[in-house]
Each structure stands twice: as C-alpha cells, then as structure tokens.
Write a protein that binds this ligand. Structure first.
Ligand code: GGG
Length: 354
C-alpha cells in the first residue's frame, strides 16, 4: 500500500520537526511493509510576507486528493496570529470537516511532571476537542475602528449536529477506554450554546449507559487538570476550551514538545490532518533543539488512522523506550542538551532493534 501524504512544514520550528522525522517514517514504512509519498507545500508566513496569502486561494482543493496531511506549525513574530491561523490552519480543519481534534496527554515513564508525586502512567487523558465551529466560528465583525465608539462582536456558533458528533465520538472513545467521560463547558455563564451542549451530552449518554459521565465547568476543570489529573480519562470540550485544556495537559505530562494531535474527518471523504499541539516556537527557531517527539507521535496517530496500527504502536513504543532511558538524548525542554536530529537518530536505532 502506498499512501500519499501532503506535508506542510509551516513556520518556525515546524520545518525542523517535519524534516527531521521523515527518515524515521521511511524506516518504519520499510519495516512494516507499506510505502508513502510526500508532497511538500511551502505555505506559511514567509509566503504571506511575499505574496499576501498564507496559501493559494485553491489551497484546500489542492490537498483534497491526499490520504493524509502532516502539518508542522503556524505562527510568526512579524505577523499577527489571527492572520496566520485563519490563513492556513483553520481553513484546512473547516474545509475538510475535520470535526474531531483528538489530543492525548500521557505521562511517560522517565518524564518528570511539574506536578509533585506523579510518575509514569499516572496521567493518561485523551481530549476530544470540537474542531470546526464553537468559538472558532469566525462570525462577527468590527465597526468604528480606531474611534472611542469602536465595537467588536465575536459570536460562537454551536450547532446540534456539530456538538452531537464530537460528543458521540468521545462516548465511543470512552467505551474503548475506561468507560468514563468528562464534559467541560461554561454553561452557567454561556446559557445558550453550552446549555445546548449539556443537553446533547445528556441525550447521547442514554445510548451509552455503561459510560460514567461527569460534567465540570471549565474554570474548575483547569484547576482539576492540575489538582487531580489522574481522575480524567476521556474529556470532551468545545473548540476553545479544548485548545486551552490541552496545553495544560501537555505541560503536566512533561512538555509541549511531547503532545501530538489528530484532526479527523469522520466520514473519510476528506483527508485528516496530523500536527503537534505546539506552535512555531520562535524563541528556539534555527537552533536545532526543537523536540521532534510531538511530531513523531503525530505521525503515529496518522499511521494508525491510515490503518497501519502495528507501525503506529511501534512508534509509541520506541518513544516510550527512549524517554524511559536516562542515557538517551533529550532536547532542552526535557532537561537535556541534545538536538532534534540526535533524538531522531536514537529513535531510528531503537526501531531497528524493536
Ligand atoms: N502545530 C500547529 C500550530 O502551530 N498550532 C498553534 C496554534 O496556535 N494552534 C491553534 C489551534 O490549535 O487552535
């Protein structure tokens, strides 16, 4: 089987990590009896600075025929973040109806959590983040710009369809894991959209009587991700809340550099997209020290989605082995002084021996 993968390295450390992991992915494919082609798209902020657009007008159409998309990072210190995000990442998520953003947060053996008393295996959460609407709906406007009377309106759009499909996907995941689901909203204050969300959770829950459901407001959930992370298993949240909570999930499990994500098109009609949770990290660009593990694990999620489960498991295994080994190379975010390429070279050796 040969998979066609579109690669968008993007900005900052995105190109560093996307390039670094490819030899490892090639070894993996050879080992597990499949093949893939990559087509690279130089879309991102450099293109925006040259041409005024992060990607061509028909960019989403150009990606349609691929089996998968691998994306590095988006964001640049010289351009405001709403331009870079709305110019590249969000049109792909929305254009390909990537309704589910799945973000695991796992504390591996050998990784030190900033939380006292937690060690490997103690934290194992997967966040199902709604990915096409909610607070990211791009509905609103500004008027009287620059005047004292200026007004900005930003609307969050929650549809029953969009809410139901993310909630259902999370319930399905809960049945395959520990049978526990936490739904996170702010339905005390957001009395329309998030009350709809709560009602949908209640309705869908009737179809999953074996799943224990907990409902928490996002302020309490932010505290509890730090106070009692071991009690979360599957978490479902809106677009914005899911984004915020997964940064907390990443840092309590050691580093943003370890957190992968999958943007999944549920129908299979369009490609899904895989990307690290981290951004472009302008503070370390060009130093060769970006942690490639979030991209490696995003690749694992991609191969799993493509049906190469054994290859995906092998990637998780070698990452787990590496971080558990105190002699293995680590990038500075994990307390080491190794470079991106050292980490990947070590993973290639481990794959060979796997
Ligand atoms: N790895 C992709 C990336 O650059 N993410 C940074 C970011 O700001 N993402 C926004 C989001 O996921 O909503």
């Amino acid at each position: 089987m040969t998979y066609e993968i579109a690669v968008i390295p993007g900005d900052g450390i995105g190109p560093t990590v996307t390039e670094a992991v490819q030899p490892l992915f090639r070894d993996l494919a050879a080992e597990y009896g499949f093949d893939f082609t990559t087509t690279e798209y130089d879309w991102g902020t450099e293109r925006y600075l040259d041409t005024g657009a992060m990607m061509p007008e028909d960019g989403v159409d150009q990606l349609e025929g691929y089996d998968s998309i691998l994306l590095g990072a988006v964001g640049h210190p010289d351009v405001r973040d709403h331009i870079t995000l709305h110019g590249l990442l969000l049109p792909i998520r929305k254009g390909f109806d990537q309704a589910v953003c799945k973000r695991p947060a796992v504390l591996f053996d050998g990784i030190e959590s900033p939380l006292r008393g937690y060690s490997g295996g103690d934290i194992d959460i997967v966040v199902y983040r709604e990915n096409t609407e909610g607070e990211y709906s791009d509905v609103g406007g500004r008027t009287h710009q620059g005047f004292d009377s200026e007004v900005a309106v930003q609307s969050a759009v929650f549809t029953r369809h969009g809410t139901e499909r993310i909630v259902r996907a999370a319930f399905e995941a809960a049945t395959e894991r520990e049978g526990k689901l936490t739904s996170i909203t702010k339905s005390n204050a957001q009395a329309y959209s998030m009350v709809l969300w709560d009602e949908v959770v209640e309705e869908v829950a009737e179809e999953y009587p074996d799943v224990e459901v907990e409902r928490i407001l996002v302020d309490a959930a932010s505290m509890d991700f730090i106070r009692r992370p071991e009690e979360f298993d599957v978490v479902v949240a809106s677009n914005l809340f899911g984004d915020i909570l997964t940064d907390i999930g990443a840092i309590i499990t050691g580093s943003m550099g370890l957190a992968p994500s999958a943007n999944i098109n549920l129908s299979g009609e369009y490609p899904s997209m895989f990307e690290p949770v981290h951004g472009s990290a302008p503070d370390i660009v060009g130093q060769g020290i970006a942690n490639p593990l979030a991209m490696v694990l995003s690749g694992a999620m991609m191969f799993d989605h493509l049906g190469e489960e054994a290859a995906a498991d092998a990637l998780w295994d070698i990452v787990a082995d590496q971080v558990a080994d105190s002699d293995a190379p680590r990038t500075p975010d994990l307390g080491g002084d190794a470079g991106t390429d050292d980490v990947v070279a070590d993973l290639r050796t481990r794959l060979d021996a796997h």
